[in-house]
Design a binder for this molecule. Structure first.
Ligand code: MG
Length: 299
């Protein structure tokens, strides 16, 4: 949670709280005791999302307050369904949303039934276990055979557009919709459009309510990479592009930029500010992350 919510952390926290974050309309507070409190209009929705995520990630289903019915639904959701897996489908996934430095990359990819075996042999099935070096090796081996659409949101664009009305999840929704719309128009005969779930479907569509060309009939899956190789390919292509952009950025600054949003990021950020001035961060980092304030504080 700490990692995922890093971008919307508040500077001031209540007493005995480790952190407090404002994600859309929900204020989330983690206390030192380990207790998490959700407040606001979408509090139920948000807590439900995090409980589900936690259950899936830990493999536990025995969480307090959850009915048997809910557990069954959850088990079904984390299970790879052959009826979905062995289809010709479109999938999308994004990277860079948890990284202070570097762009956000979103990709939609199409994997036909005929390509499943080929991709499995390449190791795409276990894409989450792949290192950056392996990704750089594997993606060029399939990228010509897999139709895809990618979009890069630069840090400059991100910083200029980010506002209380345009939070990270809304940005993700807009980008997913764009690449899905483009790819869907190129592909005939797909069975599913699968998005690696980052927001409840109704929240996702609500973000797009004033957007033209909204792609509907999406199937949302948590752990989407396991559900269909189109999502795994989308994830890998996004990571491939991200790694390359990140390397370019590092080289242009002559500094080895760290990924993520940890304290090392703050130190390197300070180094960059000392060398290039604060305005440089506008081009290379996501300024609304808590890291920016920390960078300002470091002497
Ligand atoms: Mg994802």
């Amino acid at each position: 949670m700490s990692e995922e919510l890093n971008w919307c952390m508040r500077d001031k926290t209540p007493q005995y709280a480790k952190w407090q974050a404002k994600d859309g309309d929900t204020v989330i507070t983690l206390y030192e005791s380990g207790k998490v409190v959700f407040q606001g209009k979408d509090a139920d929705l948000s807590s439900d999302f995090w409980i589900t995520t936690e259950k899936i990630n830990s493999g536990k289903v025995d969480v307090k307050n959850s009915s048997q019915d809910k557990k069954d639904k959850l088990d079904k959701k984390s299970f790879t369904d052959p009826k979905v897996y062995y289809t010709s489908s479109i999938g999308s996934d994004e990277v860079g949303t948890g990284d202070y430095f570097g762009p956000i990359v979103v990709t939609a990819a199409y994997v036909s039934k005929e390509n499943i075996e080929f991709l499995e042999e390449l190791g795409v099935k276990d894409s989450k276990k792949l290192t950056d070096i392996q990704i750089l090796e594997i993606v060029p081996k399939f990228i010509k055979q897999i139709p895809y659409e990618s979009m890069i949101l630069t840090n400059k664009q991100y910083n200029e557009n980010y506002s209380s009305d345009l939070n990270m999840n809304k940005i993700k929704a807009l980008l997913h919709n764009k690449v899905l719309f483009k790819l869907r128009n190129e592909i005939k005969g797909y069975q599913y459009i699968i998005v690696d779930e980052f927001a409840k479907p109704y929240v996702y569509y609500n973000y797009l309510k004033n957007t033209p060309n909204v792609v509907r009939n999406i199937t949302f899956f948590t752990k989407g990479e396991d559900k269909h190789l189109a999502v795994a390919c989308a994830s890998l292509i996004s990571r491939f592009i991200f790694i390359n952009e990140f390397d370019k950025l590092s080289k242009s600054l002559n500094i080895n930029l760290p990924k993520g949003a940890s304290t090392i990021v703050d130190e390197i950020g300070k180094k960059i500010v000392n060398e290039y001035g604060f305005d440089k961060l506008k081009e290379i980092a996501k300024l609304n992350f808590k890291n920016t304030e920390k960078i300002k504080e470091i002497n």
